[in-house]
Design a protein around this ligand. Structure first.
Ligand code: S3P
Length: 448
């Protein structure tokens, strides 16, 4: 079932090449953070290029419930009139974050050092995901959390009345946990220190600095040590959200596996904490170039050009690269199925606690499409059949997971028989224009 309605079965099949230009939507991670930090500053923050996917719209609604004014112009510019650090009002309703782990975890962090009590919930996918990874550090600030067994939503959080700063080493490679602790640290006096052993996406650190917080990053034997001085006056900003590399991954990978394709995906943020997929694809022999590389708003940006690449081969993806491409493993496994030889992916336990268990969802779906997949707790191997040799011909469950749905719809474009997904509805959480954009490139995508 879709998050908010009836299932939308979708099918893709091989047809002509994919050609043209694909303008993918704004970055999901940056969009959530722009709304939350806008709400935590006093005055008007203006955002262009915001992703208007359901996940981000749910965060916008939540910010209104905490007292911020959030409005959208007809031209797509968003305005946030924030309430300031410590200024969140207690919502008089449950905060429903829908499908979004990023939304709920970041908002929990932002409210955990405010003297308010908030009840959080989400859809069936989100309510099955672990929250203790966030509530454990938040209790160190003085917050209290009561959820269902296993630290699941729905969950009530009572913010700390007299918060204390914390020093916390994040036990799993998670930008969401790191960000929740930093956002909570905003409301505590003194310095909050977050240490991550492996670098994860650093949008929160960059954006906090942009909003005027005092934040430093040092590298030590322990890892990346981030120090934030609490209770700052955040200054409202004008933010242009770059386009999402995680969404760009779909037209890029579809072009690489669809005969005759040549697709340009302009203005993609290539922050090194996000660009691991593209490096991996190039190592596999993909014809993928970065055109017009430049800097925009302090982030590296380029236009990606992907051409059909029939000679790709499997590789062993370095586990230390996992955090920089964690959302891209599903679509990478589709490319791997169309390459020659085995692609080995290790150190990816986190994939089991995303919107779905992504290793299991992809492994089962790929097997149904005639591809051999082996998997263990934190690894999986996909045996590629070579270009044009994937049988396809299955209807796969998308498990309330947008990236599973989009990955299999990409596979159908290169498989011998059509590939269906039982529900394409979740695609609207991150890439609401996916169907039209892929159709515009020439993809044969139908409903039903
Ligand atoms: C995100 C962090 C990642 C990623 C998610 C977005 C973020 O999750 O999978 O889609 O915006 O911070 P984890 O931090 O749980 O790895």
């Amino acid at each position: 079932m879709s998050a908010h309605g009836d299932p939308i079965p979708m099918t893709s099949r091989a047809g002509g090449p994919l050609t043209g230009t694909a303008h993918v939507p704004g970055d999901k991670s940056i969009s959530h953070r722009a709304l939350i930090l806008g709400a935590l500053s006093v005055g008007e923050t203006t955002v262009t290029g915001l992703l208007e996917g359901q996940d981000v719209l749910d965060t916008a609604r939540a910010m209104r419930a905490f007292g911020a004014e959030v409005a959208r112009d007809d031209d797509g510019t968003w305005h946030i009139y924030g309430v300031g650090v410590g200024g969140f009002a207690e919502p008089d309703q449950v905060i429903d974050c829908g499908n979004s782990g990023t939304g709920v975890r970041l908002i929990m962090g932002a409210m955990a050092t405010c003297p308010i009590t908030v009840c959080f919930t989400g859809d069936a996918s989100l309510n099955g995901r672990p929250m203790a990874r966030v509530t454990d550090p938040l209790t160190l600030f003085g917050a209290r959390a009561t959820g269902r067994a296993g630290g699941r939503l729905p969950m009530m959080i009572e913010g700390a009345r007299t918060p204390v700063p914390v020093r916390y080493t994040v036990p799993v490679p998670s930008a969401q946990v790191k960000s929740a602790v930093l956002l909570a640290g905003l409301g505590a006096p003194g310095q909050t220190v977050v240490i991550e052993k492996e670098a994860t996406r650093d949008h929160t650190e960059r954006m906090l600095a942009g909003f005027g917080a005092q934040i430093t990053v040092e590298h030590s034997d322990e890892g990346r040590v981030i120090t934030l001085t609490g209770q700052p006056d955040l200054r409202p900003q004008t933010i242009a959200v770059p386009r999402d590399p995680s969404s760009a991954a779909f037209p890029v990978c579809a072009a690489l596996i669809t005969p005759g394709s040549d697709v340009l995906v302009p203005n993609i943020g290539l922050n090194p904490t996000r660009a691991g997929l593209f490096e991996t694809l190039r190592e596999m022999g993909a014809d993928l170039s970065y055109e017009n590389p430049r800097e925009e708003g302090g982030e590296p940006v380029a236009d990606l050009r992907a051409r059909y690449s029939p000679d790709m081969h499997g590789i062993e993806v370095p586990p230390e690269r996992a955090a920089s491409m964690i959302d891209e493993y599903p679509v990478l496994s589709v490319v791997a199925a169309c390459a020659q030889g085995i692609t080995k992916m290790h150190g990816v336990k986190e994939l089991r606690v995303k919107e779905s268990d992504r290793i299991d969802a992809m492994a089962q779906g790929l097997r149904a499409c005639g591809v051999t997949v082996e998997d263990g707790p934190d690894w999986w191997h996909v045996t590629g059949l070579g270009a044009g040799n994937v049988p396809g011909g299955a209807v796969v469950q998308s498990r309330l997971d947008h990236r599973i749905a989009m990955s299999f719809l990409c596979l159908g474009l290169a498989a011998q028989a059509p590939v269906g997904v039982d529900d394409g509805g979740p695609i609207a959480t991150s890439f609401p224009i996916f169907e039209g954009l892929m159709g515009g490139l020439g993809a044969h995508l139908t409903r039903g």
